[in-house]
Design a protein around this ligand. Sequence first.
Ligand code: NAD
Length: 355
Amino acid sequence: MKICVMPGDGIGPEIMEQGVKVLNVIGEKFGHKFETTEALIGGAAIDATGGPLPEETVKACKESDAVLLGAVGGPKWDTIDPAIRPERGLLGIRKELSLFANLRPAALFSELKDACYLRADIVEKGLDVMVVRELTGGIYFGEPRGTKTENGERMGYNTMVYYEHEVKRIAKVAFEAAMKRDKRLCSVDKANVLDVSRVWREIVIEVSEEYPEVELTHMYVDNAAMQLVRDPSQFDVIVTGNLFGDILSDAAAAITGSIGMLPSASLGASNPGLYEPIHGSAPDIAGENKANPLATILSIAMMLRYSFNMAEEADCIEAAVEKTLAEGLRTGDIMDEGGKLVGCTEMGEAVIKNL
Ligand code: NAD
């Protein structure tokens, strides 16, 4: 299996180094050959080539079976021409690979439950939600859009539009994800108000016929936002459009209280999937061996599960992370009373020991 590795900027190279070590140990342990090639993206690419997404990077990604990304951006590039900012590299590669589905699991490790922003009695039944967000359609891309002056008054407008094929393919990804988890899928929309949501709901119901084992429910987005903080244990997988998914996936992630722990996947129809931690390049701690590599390591578990169908290998990584936390090891971002403060390298090595 060919994997294109893009460490990126800030803490990217440090966390990715630990991630690749974990991947190699999994390869040895389970008898797989993971061939990795490094490519430039973001600020590192700007410095080397003048642009955030060099042609060679796009080529290397397209020739791979999966792509791993650290993080991009930092103050060094904050003042350059917006057209070539580091984030453009990220948006660009998502577009090049036609990644229309964003999978964002938000799980609370029992060892870190004190970091959770919700009351203990609310999360005692657990918090393990996967938000599947449509990434390339909806109101962020719909036409017509624009701003104008009408009758002497300024106005702005966007269009929320979903085509049948867009809903079908994201629904399929969500049902497949549910099949790999607890087989419960909640489709979130605003069908009481929006026509686009009524079509969305109709199509999701049609797709559900292909997945009789998955229990499908529907919820309006305002209620979903409330239920997520009131009783997150009721959710397994949530599927929703671009705008609602943007908000709900961040809310689900935020309540766990541990940004350095959360992985993500972006998937297309047949192109390589892209796996990355949800956090940024953390320039405030870059190069200091303080970064938490667990979100990256868990992103690699997602890659094994979703791109390579290697459930046992993914379980092995997740169990090793859990064991490492149970041993009390903590990076600064998840440090708690009684925890043993370690650096990025030590955390990576502890996970490897526990694999
Ligand atoms: P950030 O996620 O980089 O950092 C927010 C805070 O969380 C910081 O205090 C940081 O030290 C901490 N943090 C984040 N990840 C951590 C980890 N793994 N271990 C320990 N602590 C961690 O967000 P920001 O500060 O808003 O952005 C910094 C840069 O990252 C900006 O240039 C931004 O554009 C970029 N960014 C990139 C991505 C991406 O590459 N996907 C996402 C978000 C932000």
